[in-house]
Design a protein around this ligand. Sequence first.
Ligand SMILES: [Zn+2]
Length: 261
Amino acid sequence: MMYAGLLLILGAVYFFWKYPALRKTWYLPPRKGLAVLMYHHISPTCVPDQFAFTLTPEMFEKQLQFLQERRYTPISERDLLHARKTRQTGKITRPVLLTFDDGHEDNYTYLFPLLKRRQIPALIFLITDKIGTPGYLAWPQIQEMHQSGWVAFGSHTCSHRRLRSLSNEEIEQELTQSKQILEEKLGASVVSFCYPFGAGGFDKRVRSRVLKAGYLLDFSTQKGINPWPWTGKKSILRAFPRGGETLWDFHLQLTRGRSRL
Ligand SMILES: [Zn+2]
């Protein structure tokens, strides 16, 4: 009898280890606050090895619909800055901010029309060395999106290197040069920054330099829900809706900051 019980426990452990998709976070208490979602590609075709990073336009639109039905408020970078400055939430309840890393060209082709049609703001992080290279956004596209008022842009460094492994001088160059280039081309100040390689990509040394370079908002890939209104004391946590996830996963992302462990 005891052996059977032990076998059952071992079997369950193995099963959950083998299939991470089963390790859902429904049993964690839901949290109120600001959910910041991290996306990469929105595309009907998937780049090899990028399955988790690619959502089809259909799935992405279902998520937008879900936000609307559940009365979430998609906020803009400006709303977040305003909340940070005033420490007030205004009339915004159930806030959610959509962010897109790396500046892929499909953000213009598939994401931008959806944002315009549904009047939803987004924040895209650009790697300045990649702008205009195959597969990435080009300046005319970036400028058109910026002028529409629905898309704000932040820096994701010049070269997408792991900042923690760079010298102070190299870090400062990545931070200030990318900021300068973006500000010059957009004719607007750039105050959002996103760490390459997220969770393991930064530490105190790196973060202090990000703030010193003039950025007001720093986005990580550490998972969770942020306090609302945002205080700016820590890096911003983000939830990561992966390709192939269901709307139940999406609900978990929005309320737990992660869909699985
Ligand atoms: Zn990146």
